[in-house]
Design a protein around this ligand. Structure first.
Ligand SMILES: O=P(O)(O)OC[C@@H](O)[C@@H](O)c1c[nH]c2ccccc12
Length: 264
């Protein structure tokens, strides 16, 4: 059976191959040198009891459209004003309704570190991420070979970017740790079935050494969810749908942070 992940992989591969022909990696590498240096994504998450990475996501393969006609810059400003530690920006268009340009647009209006959320399967995309103004990239262990993961972690770090290394089970977690990932994302959503289960984080957190930053991703709906995860020792939360579908995005973020009623 072909899964959505297989489909995304194929589509991305095609896309990137085309882009590489238009702009060879050597050219891109030269251009990257002129991009201003990165914000500190890791520093923004470290040492906080509850750091929220708020996500700008307009659709998802499982839910379809989440929010229409809302300016990505306004969403990002609201995230910043209401206490987000960092912002995640979906740049995949086909499956998540994202735009690469959104990263650029958001870069101009907020000072928070930005995570580029996309499916990286080629070094070209890592240079591109820096060009677009990303401070951090997502690396999904399930999509990468052993050497690739190591190589991409090194490349991100050489370009001054952090990497959020995403895992969904124990085997992937071991690979992430062995590759030296210092920010590990536990995706509560099974990318094959789309089912989310916060127990994924509660189970895996015990295997992540304290000197790494653990981020719980997907399916976080309420302050209660966050408190459950915090009690297990998790301090960073990646939240998309719950924010994007809220009638008042800023209010929802304050509520998740436990600051409800506190003026922004
Ligand atoms: O919208 P949610 O359930 O709060 O999830 C956010 C984020 O974790 C999710 O968008 C995500 C996690 N890993 C990904 C990989 C690719 C695209 C999207 C994702």
């Amino acid at each position: 059976m072909t899964t959505i992940l297989d489909q995304i992989f194929e589509e991305k591969r095609r896309d990137v191959n085309q882009l590489k022909m238009t702009l060879p990696v050597d050219e891109l590498r030269k251009m990257v040198k002129d991009v201003p240096s990165c914000g500190d994504f890791k520093g923004a998450l470290a040492g906080r009891e509850c750091a929220v990475i708020a996500e700008v996501k307009f659709r998802s393969p499982s839910k379809g459209p989440l929010k229409k006609d809302l300016d990505p810059a306004l969403i990002a400003e609201s995230y910043e004003q209401n206490g987000a530690a960092a912002i995640s920006v979906l740049t995949d268009r086909t499956f998540f309704g994202g735009e690469k340009l959104n990263l650029n647009i958001i870069r101009r209006v907020v000072a928070l570190p930005l995570l580029r959320k996309d499916f990286i399967l080629d070094a070209w995309q890592i240079y591109e991420s820096r060009m677009l103004g990303a401070d951090a990239i997502l690396l999904i262990v399930a999509m990468l070979g052993e050497n690739q993961l190591q190589e991409y972690l090194d490349l991100a770090s050489a370009l001054g970017m952090a990497a959020l290394v995403e895992v969904h089970d124990r085997g992937e977690l071991e690979r992430a740790l062995a590759a030296g990932a210092d920010i590990v994302g536990i995706n509560n959503r099974d990318l094959k079935t789309f089912v989310t289960d916060l127990n994924t984080s509660l189970e895996l957190i015990g295997f992540i050494p304290r000197d790494r930053i653990a981020v719980t991703e997907s399916g976080i709906r309420s302050r209660e969810d966050i408190e459950r995860l915090m009690a297990a020792g998790i301090g960073a939360f990646l939240i998309g749908e719950t924010l994007m579908t809220a009638p008042d995005i800023g209010k929802k973020l304050r509520e998740l942070l436990g600051n409800e009623g506190v003026a922004p």
